[in-house]
Design a protein around this ligand. Structure first.
Ligand code: FAD
Length: 491
């Protein structure tokens, strides 16, 4: 093994202490050899341009440094079945990648194992008879929104275009969430390949209704989804400017913004209103340049001042508020497809008085100042999850996150590291862990798995954690996924 690969192997997170390196290596080779025979060399690759491009496509540079033993590029659900059966029989490690935007190291790729990469399954269509949106797992949100807009419908999906459908399995926070629930609350039917390669269709009412619920927040732990049928939201076409809003950018007034955010989270419960507050520092030499971005929309002809007045009254450096179609809303944050940097996410969840939000901001500012030499940008973002969102989800059958009613903010703590930093330095990791302790979730609130650190106890924070564990034991009694794939802990 070349020295560079040995170093790499040493750096990647380990999966199964019980399996020796040699066994892991042999198991992966066995699975890959079998798959090459069964599926052919165009669908199963061990090197070459498609293999290299797929590796490099991981959004977090840390995930682009893994080298799977082979990559399977399925074009049908049957290919995924064949792949999982071979993985299961060989007891190989494996991973699944759709949009590639996981910030968590190792959650969408694998060293010494089989990577199933959905880049060739990216169709999005509308079924008017069932009033459903059908997504293949490899589609990105910008592609889905563009394909469906002519029909006047949209999925409850991500807010950034290059992100993919892995978002759905974590729950999913959308511009449509205040009225429609978490993105996953809009599942109608899912085709799922279980760890042993068997394929099932799960719905809220068939024999797999428990698995259906677990897939609404269970991430990559409960099977591989090869087809999503989602409720269509009739958002209109590009010409239907039924929304009003846009972005406001501030270069100061952090305290006023935190006060406005705290009040919004506590008090606003209008399913037509949605905001995202991102406090960003861009590191420029010795300076942290504040760029505070507030995206705010109302599904109506203007921004009601009783909802948005606090934000609107703070002097901004730029603002582009105006009438928009949902297509415009969905595209406002762009693609987010810049690659080549180590990225790190962490999660909290807050509801409370103004000082709670200001304290979080101050802790994050101190952290950003202390470690700024490592970062291009550092971000503290707040996505309000109003009571209307939680109730909409419950009305649609409920999800496994089972957040308490009343509303709160999902808090994302995000750093993009400077080019040249390939591993998160130990001292920064200490700082990150300290920051998590300084900004703990308010009691009883769930963390969001799409925006967490891999060490955070996300499943444990769910309202239905005990049920989640029972469903996992039922569908994966050998704990194959936990032993052979990285992902959220706690099962
Ligand atoms: C720039 C950016 C913007 C974001 N914006 C939002 C946002 O607006 N709202 C929000 O809720 N979240 C957002 N997120 C977080 C996002 O939900 C997660 O990063 C999510 O994991 C991305 O899904 P993906 O398909 O792009 O990534 P991937 O890394 O491909 O997949 C994510 C996880 O899901 C698993 N997975 C993917 N597909 C399948 C499948 N078919 N079956 C089983 N497991 C699967 C993967 O193994 C991996 O563990 C954002 C993230 C980034 C980086």
């Amino acid at each position: 093994m070349p020295a560079s690969i040995r170093i790499l192997v040493a750096l990647v997170p380990t999966l199964c202490a019980a399996q020796s390196n040699e066994t892991t290596h042999d198991a992966a080779l066995t699975a890959c050899n079998q798959l090459a025979g069964l599926l052919g060399s165009s669908l199963v690759q061990t090197s070459g341009p498609s293999y290299e491009t797929a590796i490099a496509n991981a959004w977090n540079l840390q995930n682009a440094e893994f080298q799977p033993t082979c990559i399977v590029f399925p074009t049908t659900s049957s290919h995924v079945q064949v792949a999982m059966k071979a993985v299961y029989d060989a007891k190989s490690h494996y991973a699944v990648q759709s949009g590639s935007h996981s910030a968590m190291k190792g959650w969408n790729t694998v060293q010494e194992g089989v990577l199933i990469d959905f880049k060739n399954m990216r169709n999005a269509s509308y079924d008017p008879v069932r009033d459903s949106i059908i997504l293949e797992p490899g589609v990105h949100w910008q592609e889905a929104v563009a394909a469906l807009e002519p029909f006047g419908v949209a999925p409850v999906g991500g807010r950034v275009g290059d992100v993919g459908t892995g978002l759905l399995l974590g729950g999913g926070l959308s511009w449509l969430s205040p009225s429609q629930g978490y993105a996953a609350d809009n599942f109608k039917e899912l085709d799922v390949v279980l760890v042993n390669g068997s394929a099932i269709t799960v719905t809220a009412t068939n024999a797999y209704s428990d698995l259906f619920r677990a897939l609404k927040g269970g991430g990559n732990r409960f099977g591989i989804v090869t087809r999503y049928e989602l409720s269509a939201v009739h958002t209109g076409t590009k010409d239907d400017q039924t929304w009003f809003g846009g972005q406001m950018i501030f270069d100061s007034s952090a305290e006023a913004l935190m006060n406005a955010t705290a009040r919004y989270v506590r008090e606003v419960d209008d399913p037509k209103a949605v905001i995202l507050v991102s406090m960003i520092y861009i590191v420029a030499g010795e300076d942290l340049v504040p760029v505070y971005l507030v995206v705010l929309f109302y599904n109506g002809p203007n921004l009601p001042t009783d909802i948005f007045g606090d934000f609107l009254s703070i002097p901004s450096v730029s603002s582009d508020l105006g009438p928009r179609s949902y297509f415009d809303v969905a595209g406002i944050l762009g693609l987010g497809n810049e690659r080549g940097f180590v990225q790190h996410f962490g999660a909290s969840a807050l509801v409370g008085e103004e000082n709670l939000f200001l304290d979080a901001f101050n802790h994050w500012t101190n952290f950003s100042t202390a470690y700024k030499d490592n970062f291009n940008t550092t971000t503290l973002a707040f996505t309000p999850i109003p009571d209307s969102q939680i109730q909409a989800g419950r009305a649609k059958g409920g999800n496994i996150i089972n957040a308490p009613g009343g509303g709160f903010a999902a808090v994302q703590i995000y750093q993009q590291f400077k080019a040249g930093i390939n591993v998160i330095p130990a001292d920064v990791k200490v700082g990150i862990d300290r920051l998590f302790k300084q900004i703990p979730p308010s009691p009883g609130l769930p963390l969001y798995v799409g925006e967490c650190d891999s060490d955070q106890k996300v499943f444990e924070s769910y309202g239905d954690y005990e049920l989640l564990k029972r469903i996992y034991s039922k569908y994966d009694p050998e704990r194959f996924n936990v032993k052979h794939s990285l992902g959220p802990g706690g099962l």
